[in-house]
Design a protein around this ligand. Structure first.
Ligand SMILES: Cc1ncc(COP(=O)(O)O)c(C=O)c1O
Length: 384
């Protein structure tokens, strides 16, 4: 079992930070790498042509290890989830009468690209709402998603967990259904990869798109995407020099090349060799590989049990285990509670969470401990 890693970060001691789903704090060792990388630009003679490639290779290898992907060349750097999704919608052929299945209230970067694709092709976007009832909510939502997939489905796009309340989507079952009807499975891993195990070889999604600044503990504007074999020979959203074959030879760059780099590397974003962000993200993922997502999940579970127990006894609703994650979960208020009062009380005590839809989103990580969750729970109970 992991122990609390608070000392590895520089969070102010008076702050109770339960908001990694908003943005992670910075690891001290990642900060060190970032400062060193920033200083490197003082003297450009220290940045060689080979450096445009080697740090990205290391990053791909670290991420491949984290998601159990056997070919790191299927992994590329993206500036945002919307960019990674644009690559997907550029390459998915969809016809009139077909549909895209998504869960309701997904993050906008995993909605607008599908909306445009469907609008432009007279296809249907099928939004599967959460059940109205709280009884077996996660179970029923999963069943309804499975039921929405049919022979006209071109793709299913959703997260491993819902970003607002941590509802777990059963990707193995969804993958099976999509395979049966020949649809793509596109996963937004932003709110899960890093804190919840994700296994490419088990799920076999067609794409896994992930922002880097939350559970990957990396800097902003630096995400990662995996693209499976359906993207082979696909069309990138932009044409940049480094994605072309032999771009390692700087003196021959204007001998324009028709071929791209192998695997999915044609989808790398322009200027993907970010000399500051790439080594930082790489270091952060190295740390996650060392801690391991299964152990992070187990740790978040163990520190939240008592707090959740107190809240349930006081009439708050939290999804059953098995249908939600432990690193991100929603807390729904009893009728007697006043959200405004709760917000004020939490702010006063410097307890940071997010408010999404009709639930409070709680997102602990390894720098938290049991007392943080108890403090959160007792604060809610004291004003309800
Ligand atoms: C599920 C999910 N996807 C994506 C993002 C970020 O999207 P983008 O990188 O396009 O800004 C967020 C941010 O909160 C998110 O929660």
């Amino acid at each position: 079992m992991l122990t609390c890693k608070h000392s590895k970060f520089t969070l102010p001691p008076q702050v109770t930070y339960l908001n990694c789903a908003y943005m992670s704090p910075l690891l001290k060792n990642v900060e060190k790498v970032g400062v060193k990388a920033l200083r490197r630009k003082r003297n450009p003679t220290k940045i060689s042509p080979a450096d445009f490639f080697t740090d990205n290779e290391k990053l791909r290898e670290e991420y491949a290890k984290l998601i159990n992907c056997s070919n790191p060349k299927r992994i590329v750097m993206i500036p945002s989830v919307s960019y990674g999704m644009a690559t997907v919608t550029t390459n998915l052929k969809i016809q009139k009468g077909q549909n895209i299945v998504i869960a309701a209230e997904q993050f906008p970067s995993n909605y607008y690209p599908w909306k445009r694709l469907c609008d432009e092709n007279s296809a249907e976007i099928k939004v599967v709402s959460a059940p109205k009832t709280l009884e077996s909510r996660g179970k029923k939502w999963n069943e309804e998603i499975l039921a929405a997939i049919n022979s006209s489905t071109a793709a299913v796009a959703l997260g491993n967990v819902h970003w607002a309340d941590g509802t777990l989507f059963n990707l193995e079952a969804i993958r099976k259904e999509t395979r049966d009807v020949g649809a793509w499975l596109i996963v937004d891993g932003t709110q899960s990869v890093g804190a919840l195990p994700f296994d490419i070889q088990k799920i076999r999604p067609d794409a896994l798109v992930c922002a880097g600044y939350k559970w990957l503990l990396g800097p902003y504007s630096s995400g990662l995407a995996y693209y499976g074999s359906v993207f082979d020979n696909g069309k990138p959203v932009e044409e940049n020099w480094i994605n072309r074959n032999k771009s390692e030879d700087f003196s021959a760059l204007v001998n324009y090349e028709d071929e791209y780099q192998p695997g999915a590397l044609r989808f790398e974003m322009g200027e993907r060799s970010n000399f500051i962000a790439v080594p930082m993200l790489s270091k952060a993922i190295e740390q996650l590989n060392n801690w391991r997502p299964d152990r992070i999940q187990e740790y978040c579970h163990s520190i939240s049990q008592k707090g959740i127990g107190l809240l349930r006894n006081a009439g708050y609703w939290i999804e059953e285990e098995g249908y939600r994650s432990s690193h991100l979960f929603g807390v729904r208020l009893p009728q007697s509670a006043d959200l405004q009062k709760i917000k004020e009380a939490l702010t006063k005590k410097k307890i940071f969470v997010s408010y999404r839809g009709d639930s409070i989103r709680v997102a602990p990580n390894v720098y938290n401990d049991e007392s943080d969750l108890l403090k959160f729970a007792k604060t809610l109970i004291s004003v309800s």
